[in-house]
Write a protein that binds this ligand. Sequence first.
Ligand SMILES: [Zn+2]
Ligand SMILES: [Zn+2]
Length: 319
Amino acid sequence: MRAIVLDEQAVYQDSRPEPVPKPGEVLVRVLQAGVCETDLQLIKGYMGFRGVLGHEFVGVAESGPLEGRRVVGEINCACQTCDTCKAGLQTHCPNRTVLGILNHDGAFADHIAVPQVNLHAVPDSISTDVAVFTEPVAAAYQIPAQLPIARTDRIIVLGDGRLGNLCAQVLAGLSDHVIVVGKHPEKLALLQARGIATALVTDAIGERMADIVVECTGSETGLPTALKLVRPRGTIVLKTTVAGTQTLAWAPFVIDEITLVGSRCGPFDQALKALAEGRVNVAPLISDRFDLSDGAKALEHARTKPVLKVLLDVARASS
Ligand SMILES: [Zn+2]
Ligand SMILES: [Zn+2]
């Protein structure tokens, strides 16, 4: 099959062996995949991953109860038998693999093997272009899943990229005081069009005022900036994963009694519902699309250009 494989660098291969589904897994024929910041970090060495990249995808299940239907898939493949899994914390299973991120080939390919329990049918009302955003929208919904959000909470989202945009849209449905701080006027304009307040990083922003700061910059400078903006006893939600080791003076966390919440994968059912109801608008985020065979070019494009979402078209639903 065709695939974009990370081995030293990301390269296109046209004769990668098809994945062999393990017990409980089904083969999914990939229709479309999305390039994520995590893919770019993996190429830089994050997680030391080798294999087929890609964890944001829509495909057609080729077997199992959802056979023939369009599906999206949760990315953590848990053992379902350890104490962590039995406690309901499958996304933290110590034995897990993660699609396209950890010991499991991903979705930048004609086929991907996915545990049946990870699959969710895509309602017919959601186009494939929109459904491909389910995984990052779910990641945004993980914030209210971890943290009660009040209408009066003053929330700053740092970063106007893919994830910052989605987090801001989700949080703006819960709080009346969301502001996105970014570097790119054209990306901030997309949020303004949704009625969400924005500011440029160069603007004067009240320090130590925000109840919650959500860090989505994808940059190591994000957390120190968040620390300046959060109020004493406030909360910083860290969404960014950065390759390598960062340093930070952590005394302010103690002095100001700041809560730091790491936040990762979220609920797919809520994301699909929000997409079906149009509560999160993702179409304007699609910057470019490439054929799977141009996947290496697509990754380079996503890395070097000020784009939002880059999609990989893999196949058509009916072919
Ligand atoms: Zn991702
Ligand atoms: Zn487990």
